[in-house]
Design a protein around this ligand. Structure first.
Ligand SMILES: O=C(O)CCC(=O)C(=O)O
Length: 292
């Protein structure tokens, strides 16, 4: 996990953060309305118990709302119209800011993809091109204060099944990563994003980059918020490491799959954890023909 500074993103990020930070609490705001417009690039997922059904203890203490961002249908008007018509007239500006934020995150993700390719010694444009028509999800998390903060977690330990996560946390703090055999706090920085790699990128790098195990704690007396942009490939694209890697006679670690396959697995069969890919492979091989 790497934090770094992006001054050019600052104005977009700050205005978005300000707006989202105003929605207090989510459960009494218009955001609790649940609605989806057919064919609209924004899919409203509503607030939810943050996957509480997936945990047997230390249930997540948070509310979330998520939007799908389909970069190929990013007509700014449709975002604005969506927010105006579904959430309310007064949210027109929010729609505009959301559009700009997602566009900026997409651009940032593509730059990071170039850096990742360079670091792996493969064609610099490979991942950038692969993710150009990416499917992304924007999630806003709210963690209310909890007097028994030691008995719960904001977000339980998990690795993201997606490819790349761009996260902004407020100054309260609570994000932790598992590194060097212990949980380590990620210090909040108002001028930085946290970049986290997920399972799909682990497969795309043939296991060279590891998916990052992380969790979020809750605070005893302060509310905490985070904004998370998850990047995934277009649903039907084949997830396969670049050919350059196999010129070096490296054995393949994972079979070909699509983001839809992994999504189905993690939504319907398996709660994402540190061993998602390991468990996904036999499930995939038993349900689909493969060249693996
Ligand atoms: O709030 C955080 O810092 C982490 C959020 C997270 O991991 C998630 O929403 O999947």
């Amino acid at each position: 996990m790497v934090s770094f500074k992006l001054p050019t993103m600052e104005s977009t990020r700050i205005s978005f953060v300000k707006l989202m930070m105003k929605l207090t609490p989510f459960s009494t705001s218009p955001w609790t309305r649940s609605s989806v417009l057919g064919g609209n690039p924004v899919t409203w997922s509503g607030t939810q118990g943050a996957h509480a059904d997936r945990y047997s203890s230390k249930l997540p203490w948070k509310e979330t709302f998520s939007f799908r961002y389909d970069a190929n249908h990013s007509n700014p008007l449709s975002f604005v119209d969506y927010f105006k018509s579904v959430v309310g007239q007064e949210f027109e500006h929010t729609g505009r800011v959301y559009q700009r934020y997602c566009e900026a995150m997409k651009e940032l993700s593509l730059v990071i993809m170039e850096l990742l390719a360079i670091s792996l010694g493969v064609d610099r444009m490979h991942y950038r091109e692969f993710f150009n028509d990416q499917r992304s999800i924007m999630r806003c998390n709210l963690y209310p204060p909890c007097i028994s903060s030691g008995l719960t977690l904001g977000t339980g330990p998990h690795c993201d099944p997606t490819s790349l996560t761009i996260l902004h946390q407020d100054q309260v703090g609570g994000l932790e990563v598992f590194a060097d055999n212990k949980w380590q706090a990620v210090r909040p920085r108002h001028d930085a994003f946290v970049i986290n790699l997920g399972d799909t990128f682990m497969a795309l790098s043939n296991g060279k980059y590891k998916s990052c195990l992380h969790r979020a704690l809750v605070n005893e007396d302060k509310e905490r918020r985070s904004l998370v942009f998850f990047v995934s490939p277009k649903e039907d694209k084949i997830v396969r490491p670049p050919q350059d890697m196999f010129a070096r006679k490296e054995p393949r670690k994972y079979p070909d799959f699509t983001w839809s396959d992994l999504l189905e697995f993690t939504q319907n069969h398996y709660r994402a954890d540190v061993a998602t890919l390991e468990n996904f492979t036999p499930w995939l091989l038993s349900s689909k023909p493969s060249n693996f």
